[in-house]
Design a protein. Structure first.
Length: 264
């Protein structure tokens, strides 16, 4: 089941309610998934807005907060309640994703806190670029962080994201490890962009040095979101890039596995 709320006016997506009341968020959509956005069957809330412009992004429709609709935490929790029994039986939980959920830290934190209080497993899907915005209360309510490490070389990171820097992600990863927060590291493999062996080694070394990394997901690049660029009148930067070959995928997964990491 997928909720696709209609676009809202930019002025209708504030970070908090009137006079500092309960936070509201710009929610792009919600969906359910199995084993992709955390363990078990997940209710996934996709927030609108992202500071990065990754060349392989398959959801350019989530780049701007105006692409979302204003939602209260109560509205999100009411939707979660419809799936709660199913989620619990399937050993899943709730994941807040995006866009970039830490662009809306108050709203994200409150959704996670409320779900955590219900006894639901909670996950945060983030690039870590805005990790400094995640306060301890937000992380206390987060059972798992899905951390998208886009490159191990700062130059490559800039090529991938267009607008980001690697250092904030690394600082956030170390902070998570220091506080004992479990992580799944995600690495998108794009031929000619993120497949350099030395760059992969750097990411693998980072992951191996973080005690709370439970697994690494090497995700092969695909062009399934290309139609969204066309609908938005945008050029897809990697329109001529093919998905990685099985041999390349095996080599990169092997680089992570060689460091004792569990790779999927």
């Amino acid at each position: 089941m997928t909720g696709r709320p209609p676009p809202a006016h930019p002025a209708a997506t504030p970070a908090a309610g009137p006079r500092g009341g309960a936070p509201v968020g710009a929610v792009h959509s919600w969906d359910t998934s199995i084993g992709v956005d955390g363990p078990g069957t997940r209710f996934v809330v996709f927030l609108a807005g992202c500071p990065l412009r990754c060349r392989y992004c398959h959801s350019p429709d989530t780049w701007y907060r105006r692409s979302g609709r204003t939602r209260t935490v109560d509205e999100v929790l009411a939707e979660v309640a419809r799936y709660r029994r199913f989620i619990e039986v399937a050993g899943g939980g709730v994941t807040v994703s995006g866009g970039e959920p830490l662009l809306q830290p108050r709203f994200t934190g409150e959704v996670l806190r409320r779900c955590h209080a219900l006894g639901l497993h909670t996950a945060l899907d983030t690039s870590g670029f805005l990790g400094v915005r995640a306060d301890d209360a937000l992380l206390d309510a987060t059972d798992l962080v899905l951390l998208d490490v886009k490159a191990g070389n700062p130059v490559t990171y800039r090529r991938v994201t267009g607008t980001g820097r690697l250092a904030p992600t690394l600082r956030f990863a170390r902070r998570l490890a220091d506080r004992g927060t479990p992580m799944w590291i995600r690495y998108v493999l794009v031929p000619g962009l993120t497949d350099d062996a030395d760059d992969v080694d750097r990411v693998a070394d980072v992951a191996a040095g973080l005690a709370t990394v439970a697994r690494v997901e090497v995700l092969p690049f695909h062009r399934l979101g290309a139609h969204k660029y066309a609908e938005l009148g945008l050029a897809f930067p990697l329109a001529d890039t093919a998905p990685p070959t099985p041999e390349l995928l095996a080599r990169v997964r092997g680089q992570f596995a060689a460091r004792g990491l569990t790779v999927t």
